[in-house]
Design a protein around this ligand. Structure first.
Ligand code: PAF
Length: 281
C-alpha cells in the first residue's frame, strides 16, 4: 500500500496512475478503523481500479474540544488493517497540511443541518462539508463511500455534491453491527465493559420503536416510550430520538408522511456519544 502524508506527491501519484478509464474509489475516514470501514473499502475494491482510504481526524467538525482530544487515534493498527485487505493507497495528512492557515469557509445546509446531529453539534456539518470538499478536490474520485450509520451526514454530502457539481457518485453502505446489534463505531473502543453492555440499548430502542410504529402507535407516543426505555439504563442519557424522511430529512409527525421513514437516535453512554439509525421498512 502506498502511503502519502502530503498533498503534492499524492496528487502526482494520482496523475500518473489513473490514465484512461481507470476508476478511483475514495473512502474518507477519521481512522480507528473497524469492520464497518473495512466493508466500505471492500465495496470500493469490488467496483474500482484504485481504492484510496483517507484518515484525518478533522478538527473543523468537532464542536467539543475534549471530544476531538479523546477521539481514538490508532494509525499503526489502521495501516496493518488496510494492508490486510489490500487497500491501494492511504492518504493520512497532518492537520497543518489540510488547514495551513485559518479557514473562513462555512456551509449552511438549510433545514438539513438544523435538526438531530446538526442541532446538538453546531458547526459539525459545516466542518464535514469543508473536509469532504477538500478531499474531493484533491482526489477527484469517481465514487465515494460512506457508512449508513451517519445517515444525516450522507444526506448532507449528497446535497453538497449536487450544489457544487462535484463529479462523483456517492454510495452509502449498510451499518455493520456486533453480534448483539451494537452498531460498529470508532467510539465503541472507549466504552468500559459495563458501558458496552448498556450501549446495546440504542439498537434495542430502534427495534422497539420500529415494532411500535408498525403496529400503528403514533410517533409522539413512541418518542415518550423510547425516552423512558433508554433512560432506565443508569449511565445513558438520550439526546434525541427522531423519525425523519430519509430523503429530505424532514422530521415526521406521522409515518404516512414519508415513503421511506428513518428512525435516528443519539445518546450519551457515560461521556461517550453514540448514534444509530434504522429504516422503518
Ligand atoms: O464519517 C466520518 O468519519 C467523517 O465525518 C468524514 C466523512 C471522514 C469527514 O471527516
Amino acid at each position: 500500500m502506498q502511503i502519502y502524508r502530503e498533498i503534492h506527491p499524492f496528487k502526482a501519484f494520482l496523475v500518473e496512475n489513473r490514465p484512461w478509464g481507470r476508476t478511483v474509489g475514495l473512502v474518507p475516514t477519521m481512522g480507528a478503523l473497524h469492520d464497518g470501514h473495512l466493508a466500505l473499502i471492500r465495496e470500493s475494491k469490488l467496483n474500482n481500479d484504485i481504492t484510496i482510504c483517507s484518515i484525518f481526524v478533522n478538527p473543523a467538525q468537532f464542536n467539543n474540544p475534549s471530544d476531538l482530544q479523546k477521539y481514538p487515534r490508532t494509525l499503526e493498527k489502521d495501516i496493518q488493517l488496510l494492508e490486510s485487505i489490500h487497500c491501494d493507497v492511504l492518504f493520512c495528512p497532518e492537520a497543518a497540511e489540510m488547514y495551513n492557515s485559518i479557514y473562513l469557509t462555512h456551509f449552511d445546509f438549510g433545514h438539513l443541518d438544523k435538526t438531530m446531529e446538526g442541532q446538538f453539534r453546531p458547526g459539525h456539518f459545516s466542518g464535514v462539508a469543508l473536509i469532504v470538499s477538500k478531499l474531493f478536490h484533491i482526489v477527484e474520485p469517481d465514487v465515494a463511500y460512506f457508512g449508513q450509520k451517519d445517515w444525516q451526514q450522507f444526506a448532507i454530502i449528497r446535497q453538497l455534491v449536487k450544489d457544487l457539481s462535484f463529479n462523483v457518485t456517492l454510495k452509502s453502505v449498510p451499518i455493520i453491527r456486533e453480534s448483539d446489534g451494537l452498531a460498529l463505531s470508532s467510539r465503541n473502543a472507549r466504552l468500559s465493559p459495563d458501558q458496552r453492555k448498556q450501549a446495546i440499548v440504542l439498537f434495542n430502542a430502534l427495534k422497539k420503536a420500529c415494532a411500535l410504529l408498525q403496529s400503528d402507535k403514533s410517533i409522539s407516543d413512541v418518542k415518550g416510550i423510547i425516552k423512558q426505555y433508554v433512560e432506565k439504563c443508569q449511565d445513558i442519557k438520550l439526546e434525541y430520538f427522531e423519525v425523519a424522511d430519509s430523503e429530505n430529512l424532514t422530521l415526521l409527525n406521522n409515518v404516512e408522511e414519508s415513503v421511506s421513514p428513518i428512525l435516528c437516535i443519539a445518546a450519551f453512554v457515560g461521556d461517550i456519544r453514540l448514534i444509530d439509525n434504522m429504516f422503518l421498512h
